[in-house]
Design a protein around this ligand. Structure first.
Ligand code: URA
Length: 493
């Protein structure tokens, strides 16, 4: 019997190293006792006694990706489950594709739970200003993730908050980012954090973006589970907001604007003859004041593109939805979150791409309870494509990913037949390569039985797009390390 000790910090590398040694030494799963963070007594010999493999141990890429996520699950059996599957993979190479296999299905479930936990962590960590004296601002946060997700999510915070010092304390691991350097330490109990004036501001913002017409308590508590509430300042307002919701909806209905008259021909003429903005500043200013078509009137605000404007990749969706309209940012609602999750699984970091829409205002039909999304008409996509062309001209991306019919129409002039054209690159109206795929909201509408396959196909599309991008811009910065490594193999083939 071998006891394998896996530490709390560096769990993934320790697990990989141990699994390689065990597999190379042909140690059966039943002969391994897995200990995490010194919680089990050391009864038997440890891996140090197992020699390092002389030759590289080859393991399916799918398994490696799965294991890299599952190791952060809190289930004490995770390492044993992973090693048992790895052991079976030796003799059953097709196992990773077998959806009916119960061991694999369980691990996939665990993978999903860890990803969900990471997603919640990214959304729900709330920093408080520690008011440091030094040149860099300093922030602290306390968070209680369901799984051990501090370490694998730390790089997200590094990218997001690279210009300040911060620490996030969790019960198992503490991440500190000081002067541009990330370090990981043992976890702790909840620290004393100073009161933060910014929280009042954040509370006011939260109350303002709260849409009473959309309130669905079960959906809200599923998206923002109650266990996170105690560490989130804005949640104190939720009971009051819910209580007032009905009255507010009535007032919104009374005040709902009527759609202005159609005047598309005149607008098209006006658009076609105006000069495109010569800088991003001009584009921002013009777009903020865009009243060139009737869609602007009932919308809350224009939703501009977001993300680095010198990125190699531009991603184009259809039009902002209800959440995007309220927040002024593209792809932050349910379709956006689904897209971000699937992009991450494809090894594409959506935060490092420029994300925009074919149409810049939310088109909707007001109903008693909510604002229902309405597809933009082809004429509206054509008119608004003028803005997209201005963004493309200023940015000159190496690749555009067009998601769905409206994006395809805006970028290639043809919005038809997406099912046949998806997964391919066409030359866009601006002479740049356009990769076509379906819109992520299409996945949201599918019945559960079809959803998994459709998501896998969407991820495969994004991976193909990434391969194209790496061929045209090998040094791009927006891919995860894994994809960059895989992609360079694709490029070298
Ligand atoms: N769907 C889109 O196409 N764009 C968004 O910004 C959100 C959802």
């Amino acid at each position: 019997m071998h006891t394998i000790s896996i530490p709390m910090i560096g769990t993934d590398t320790a697990w990989r190293d141990a699994a390689r040694r065990l597999l190379a030494a042909r140690v059966k799963p039943d002969d391994v006792l897995w200990d995490f963070d010194g919680q089990a007594p050391q009864l038997f010999e440890s891996t140090a006694d197992l020699p390092a493999p002389r030759r590289a141990v080859k393991v399916s890429k799918d398994f490696v990706e799965l294991a890299n996520v599952v190791v952060w699950h809190k289930d004490s059996q995770r390492f044993a489950r992973l090693y048992a599957l790895l052991w079976r993979l030796k003799d059953t190479p097709g196992l990773m594709a077998d959806r009916a296999d119960p061991d694999l299905a369980k691990l996939r479930q665990m993978e999903k739970a860890v990803r969900r936990c990471q997603h919640k962590m990214k959304a729900f960590v709330r920093f408080r200003d520690l008011r440091s004296e030094g040149p860099r601002r300093s922030f602290g946060a306390w968070f209680e993730p369901t799984h051990h997700t501090m370490e694998p999510t730390a790089q997200f915070f590094v990218r997001r908050f690279g210009d300040m010092d911060w620490m996030i304390v969790t019960p198992s691991v503490t991440a500190k980012f000081t002067n541009g350097k990330l370090t990981l330490h043992p976890g702790d109990t909840k620290p004393e954090l100073p009161e933060d004036g910014a929280e009042d501001l954040w509370g006011t913002y939260f109350c303002n973006i709260f849409n009473p017409a959309r309130v669905k308590i079960s959906a809200m508590t599923s998206e923002m589970p109650k266990k996170y509430w105690k560490n989130m300042p804005e949640t104190q307002f939720i009971p009051g907001l819910i209580a007032d919701a009905e009255e507010k909806v009535r007032k919104m209905q009374d005040a709902a604007p009527t759609l202005p008259p159609e005047r598309m021909a005149a607008i098209r003429d006006q658009l076609m003859h105006s000069a495109q903005p010569a800088s991003w500043n001009m584009l921002d200013a013009d777009l903020n004041g865009c009243t060139r078509c009737p869609l602007h009137a009932p919308a809350t605000q224009v939703v501009k593109g977001s993300g680095p404007r010198d990125a190699a990749l531009m991603i184009v969706g259809e039009q902002p939805g209800d959440h995007e309209d309220m927040q002024g940012l593209p792809f932050v609602g349910p379709a956006g979150q689904l897209f971000r999750g699937l992009a991450a699984q494809a090894g594409l970091d959506p935060d490092a791409a420029y994300i925009t829409n074919a149409v810049k205002h939310f088109k909707f039909k007001p109903t008693a309870k909510r604002r229902l999304h309405v597809n933009p008409a082809t004429s509206e996509v054509d008119h608004c494509a003028w803005w997209l062309r201005s963004e493309v001209a200023l940015m000159k991306p190496k690749l555009i990913i067009a998601m769905g019919a409206s994006a395809a129409r805006a970028t290639t002039g043809n919005g038809k037949d997406i099912t046949r054209r998806r997964g391919t690159v066409e030359v866009g109206t601006d002479g740049l390569p356009v990769f076509l795929t379906v819109h992520p909201s299409h996945l949201l509408r599918l019945p559960d039985a079809d959803r998994e396959t459709a998501e896998a196909a969407f991820i495969a599309d994004l991976k193909t797009a990434t391969g194209h991008l790496l061929q045209s811009a090998p040094s791009i910065m927006h891919l995860t390390e894994t994809t960059r490594a895989e992609g360079s193999d694709i490029a070298a083939e």
